[in-house]
Design a protein around this ligand. Structure first.
Ligand code: GTP
Ligand code: MG
Ligand code: ZN
Length: 351
């Protein structure tokens, strides 16, 4: 090959990089051959793409050219996203892309809340992402409390057994090593959960480096703070990728979530035996769900949780319909005034 051929080849090199963080002003960081680079979008990217959903997100594989310009986003295996609305064309807010496993991190203190965990599970289930529960800060919890906490996780249908960890004591370290075992080469895992639960502390342990800033106190009651402010992907020594994310205050279910049934298949299965197909599992006769609650086979709080999520989705769908109607009305009005303008004095205008 001649020198000039070599040069041309070099110039046409298209590399695959993985987005590690997204910043304002079109500033993306990505891992290219294990080194983090800064890359940007080409000037015409917004024109070529549907804005929003198709912008690079953390976890995306992208093609970058020799100038570190992102020329393409490779097809995503999956995404985890906030779906603000379904029928109205607002875009999903992608949290992360190409995820194999999501760790729901919760600490073994006042923060522990089965109903919140349930929401995370339903959310991840919706996106088809496998979840694993991490119960951390076990050093702050008595054996007796731990038993109670564990008992309340038994009603969830999760493939993985909850992992108990602490960054302080040896038992907890064993748990951290269990997490590491799940992070086999090329796997990508995202850590999710409320602020202050200890996500970044676990990430630092796994990376064997104090890369992620952690907060100075572990006082859960001080809720105002978010130590991690950006989602960030790290590559572990074995090439597994882990994503740290800022604490989520609330996980809302927008209208786009539609059916949230699969993580509640215990309720759905029971409901199939209710006398009425449209049973609301309140005071209807021969309701199999209420019967299961009475016999202690189903936790009433879980039914309430299921109901609340469905209500949220339905309410959001209702709001969407109202919005859409009013948008259609405005559109129609606009059409009328446009036709009036062009109809030169004609009064009856058909729209
Ligand atoms: N006692 C105890 N404290 C812990 C443990 N893990 C983390 N902490 C403390 O809890 C506080 C919060 O930890 P972080 O790792 O910053 O929590 P985070 O979930 O990343 O928080 P955000 O970044 O705000 O979402 C810090 O003060 C940690 O030192 C643990 O296992 N036991
Ligand atoms: Mg953090
Ligand atoms: Zn019923």
């Amino acid at each position: 090959m001649t020198n000039s051929e070599n040069l041309t080849k070099e110039k046409n090199i298209k590399n695959t990089a993985r987005i590690s963080s997204v910043h304002r002003d079109d500033d993306y960081r990505a891992f290219l051959n294990n080194k983090e680079i800064i890359c940007r979008l080409p000037g015409n990217f917004y024109a070529r793409n549907d804005y929003g959903e198709n912008l690079p997100a953390v976890g995306d594989y992208v093609i970058v050219d020799e100038n570190r310009i992102i020329t393409e986003i490779l097809p995503r295996k999956n995404t985890i996203a906030r779906k603000s609305s379904g029928s109205i064309k607002s875009k999903d807010q992608i949290i992360a892309a190409n995820i194999d496993l999501a760790f729901i991190v919760t600490s073994l203190n006042q923060e522990f809340n089965p109903r919140r965990i349930e929401r995370y599970l339903a959310f991840l289930d919706f996106w088809g992402v496998e979840s694993c529960l991490i119960l951390t800060k076990s050093d702050l919890c008595s054996d007796e409390d731990l038993k109670t906490f564990l008992k309340s996780t038994e009603e969830f249908s999760i493939a993985h057994k909850p992992i108990i960890t602490s960054i302080i004591n040896q038992d907890g370290k064993n748990g951290l090593d269990e997490i590491a075992k799940l992070l086999t080469p090329e796997k990508t895992a995202v850590f999710m959960g409320m602020s202050e639960v200890g996500k970044s502390s676990i990430i630092n342990y796994l990376l064997d480096e104090n890369i992620q800033e952690i907060s100075e106190t572990s006082d859960y009651m001080d809720k105002g703070r978010h130590t991690t402010t950006h989602r960030k992907l790290f590559i572990m020594k074995n090439n597994a990728a882990i994503i740290d994310s800022p604490g989520m205050r609330e996980l809302a279910f927008g209208s786009g979530f539609g059916e949230l049934s699969s993580s509640f298949d215990d309720i759905e299965t029971l409901a199939a035996n209710c006398k009425f197909r449209d049973c609301r599992h309140r005071s209807e006769p021969e309701c199999a769900v209420q019967a299961a609650i009475k016999r202690g086979l189903l936790n009433a709080d879980r039914l309430n949780s299921w109901r609340k999520m469905h209500r949220e989705v339905r309410n959001a769908q209702h709001r969407d319909r109202i919005k859409e109607k009013s948008m259609n009305k405005n559109r129609a009005k606009h059409q009328i005034s446009k036709s009036k303008r062009f109809s030169r004095g004609k009064v009856n205008v058909e729209v």
